[in-house]
Design a protein around this ligand. Structure first.
Ligand code: SF4
Length: 379
């Protein structure tokens, strides 16, 4: 007789069905989580990420390949730089942490670099928590190279792998992000620094959960620092330079947005039986499956989500005002399509006391005046 399924195994089974038989789950990384948190209203992204669907392969199969992601060349260059920064037991990296974040502490020498190997993400997460506990109790500089952290997102665990976490002698924990974009005269491209800060904020939230569990279990009470260390190549050279980045704002925003995500279980329950996002399905079936989940497209998706071209086409076909940007969308109140907006401007739709409708009519009058036409010419 089959054993009854627990809620958790039931959800895992349902997500595997949505991903497709034999299709391995794509792990959620902090970059994806930060992007998910940036668009918390999008159920489509939430279920695809929650089910571990490879969105780039799905976009290809839908006929709208994404132009999103890092090139192989950038990945190779980034990995080579990271290895250089972590050489010699992370001596240079620890020197930068000391110089930028903890000058009052003893300079790091002979820092510990614990072995974090274990089987599977759960095993690596447990090994990381033990290493953090031991290093905090020992009160000496320790470098955790590619630790594994877990964070519950929309009711499902996501496993995250920061470049490094450093334990300070005072028991503080610092997240280190190593990037391959250059820092010129001490400053880097603000957009790239912002993306790195949002990613680091996800790691900080996951570390805070580890710290809370340690304190709850009677272990040490570590402090997760809210300044992270961003390490980049100095002025296009191979040398490393670093900057302390205050991520308090990104941490607060990300925590709030992740809490707003609809539970993956609820989205999965609302989907028709047989829905499957496996990229080997015919394009029309996949389109139907993807369209079964509501999405909230915004131009920001173009730099954050592999499905952006597909969702943009759909949004434009539907005449949705979201494709004009979130700020425009917010100004238009209850008017959700371009057709409705034009009808409101012509005086054919909407309550004249509605500020959005009144502003549209005034704009249409001004436009007509300028062009010497009637308002009905507004198309
Ligand atoms: S591109 Fe589509 S699926 Fe991705 S976040 Fe935007 S609306 Fe959601």
């Amino acid at each position: 007789m089959p054993l009854p399924r627990t809620r958790e195994t039931g959800l895992r089974h349902r997500l595997a069905e949505l991903r497709g038989p034999e299709v391995p789950a794509k792990a959620l990384d902090a970059r994806a989580l930060a992007a998910l948190a940036a668009n918390p209203g999008c159920k489509r992204r939430a279920i695809l990420d929650g089910a571990g669907v490879d969105k780039a392969a799905l976009a290809d199969a839908l006929g709208s390949p994404s132009a999103f992601g890092q090139s192989q060349f950038a990945l190779t260059r980034g990995n080579a730089f990271e290895s250089r920064v972590k050489a010699d037991g992370g001596a240079e990296l620890l020197r930068l942490v000391h110089e930028k974040l903890d000058r009052k502490a003893e300079p790091p020498s002979d820092a510990e670099v614990p072995d974090l190997t274990a089987i599977g993400p759960q095993g690596r997460t447990a090994r990381t928590a033990l290493a953090l506990r031991d290093a905090t109790a020992a009160g000496c500089w320790t470098l955790l190279d590619h630790p594994m952290l877990a964070l519950e997102v929309a009711g499902s665990p996501a496993f995250l792998e920061p470049d490094a976490v450093v334990v300070h002698p005072d028991g503080g924990w610092t997240v280190v992000e190593i990037k391959s974009f250059p820092m010129l005269d001490g400053s880097a491209d603000p957009a790239k620094v912002g993306a790195a800060a949002r990613q680091a904020a996800v790691y900080v939230l996951a570390l805070e959960e580890v710290a809370a569990r340690l304190a709850h279990d009677g272990g040490p009470s570590p402090r997760v620092r809210h300044h992270v260390l961003l390490v980049c190549p100095k002025d296009f050279s191979n040398l490393a330079t670093a900057s302390a980045v205050d991520i308090r704002k990104q941490r607060a925003v990300t925590a709030r947005q992740l809490a707003r995500l609809t539970r993956v279980q609820d989205i999965a329950d609302a989907l028709p039986e047989g829905t499957c996002f496996s990229p080997d399905r015919p394009a029309d079936e996949l389109t139907e499956a993807v369209e079964a989940v509501p999405a909230t497209y915004a131009p920001e998706c173009l730099s954050a989500c592999e499905l952006a071209f597909h969702c943009r086409d759909r949004s434009r076909t539907d005449g949705a005002v979201t494709s004009l940007g979130r700020s425009v969308r917010a100004e238009l109140g209850g008017l959700t399509t371009v057709e409705d907006v034009l009808a409101a401007a012509r005086g054919e739709l909407g309550d004249p006391d509605d500020p959005a409708v009144a502003a549209l009519r005034r704009a249409a009058e001004l436009r007509a005046e300028a062009l010497g036409q009637g308002v009905a010419a507004c198309r």
